[in-house]
Design a binder for this molecule. Sequence first.
Ligand SMILES: *Cc1c(COP(=O)(O)O)cnc(C)c1O
Length: 370
Amino acid sequence: MAGGGDTGGGYAYNFCAGPATLPRSVMRRVREEFAAHADDGASIVEISHKSPRFTALLESAVTRFRELCGVPDGHHVLFVHGGARMQCSAVPLNLVSRSPSRTSGYVETGFFARQARAEGARYGTAAVVASSADTGFDRIPAVYPDDCPPDAAYVHLTSNNTVYGTRWHSFPHGLPAPLVADATSDVLSRRLDFSRFGVVYAGFQKNLGPSSLALVVVRDDLLGHALPGTPLLLDYAVYAESRSLHNTPNTFALFVLSLVLDWVGEQGGLDAVERADRDKADVLYRELDRSAFYRPTAHPAHRSVTNITFRLPDARATADFLRRADAEGLRGLAGHRSVGGVRASVYNGMPPAGVRALAGFLREYERTRG
Ligand SMILES: *Cc1c(COP(=O)(O)O)cnc(C)c1O
């Protein structure tokens, strides 16, 4: 019995890295929307994206995101098709022409960071500015301005590394090019100083809503430099001019985003959500650090608050742990297929009770393991 409430089959908590748990009250409002319009065919996903009802929802979501996150006036907030990985292509397509030699810089901190660089390399020279590959991506490497190509169009980093459980606690200063961040797994879970970034992008399915769109915050002066041949719907300027309505966006994802933003407001805003996320992570790290049985994988100074990764002594113990956790209603705890081990993804939507249930299970498993 892991959870508090009960729905007959027991109460489960989903620690999947993404698509991930959304706040329960948000999912309740989603159900209400479709129940209310079951018979009149006019739910939010059955009306024009150009209708006043939908455009008001979209405008309000942009305004509230800007307010909650402190996006400065000189940046646009866009909703771009194709999730986070599409932005790995969109970033070089939109930015790399600003470097005469088509050079960019990438900080290599793990799985998604490497994929971003591989995509950047299709459009020019994608230099590795710093890497933590030699320590198994257990930390964030130091970044020295001298290691950055002086003519780079941008320097790309991954603000939270979903697979390795590390995150940047502060960002590099003094680089010769604008910073670009993939913030898919920590957007809306902490304050970011957007004025320090040329582009921040985030796939929806960790903290924002259902998958398939990306939120893109881009500095105005970086618009309008797309490489010749850039597909129209990957050109950020097209999204800025059309207020993300050049063609039909995923209206359901934007509807859920608007509910998620309401929810963040109801929690007391971004700082309150950031504190709650920090508290949830502390509960788990405290439990892991107390034990010699569990081995957290990230360097303590670089730990993620949203993806908590650890190992058990061997693969057999890991499989047994995951099986028993699942039977207790603690789901989605397997580490990424490329690294194995265990990963608890604790985004905004994970209630504190889920984290307490997992902490209790960690203790119980260590005590009773065979
Ligand atoms: C989940 C994730 C992605 C992949 O997102 P898609 O929307 O599937 O492309 C990319 N980067 C990071 C940091 C992620 O956590």
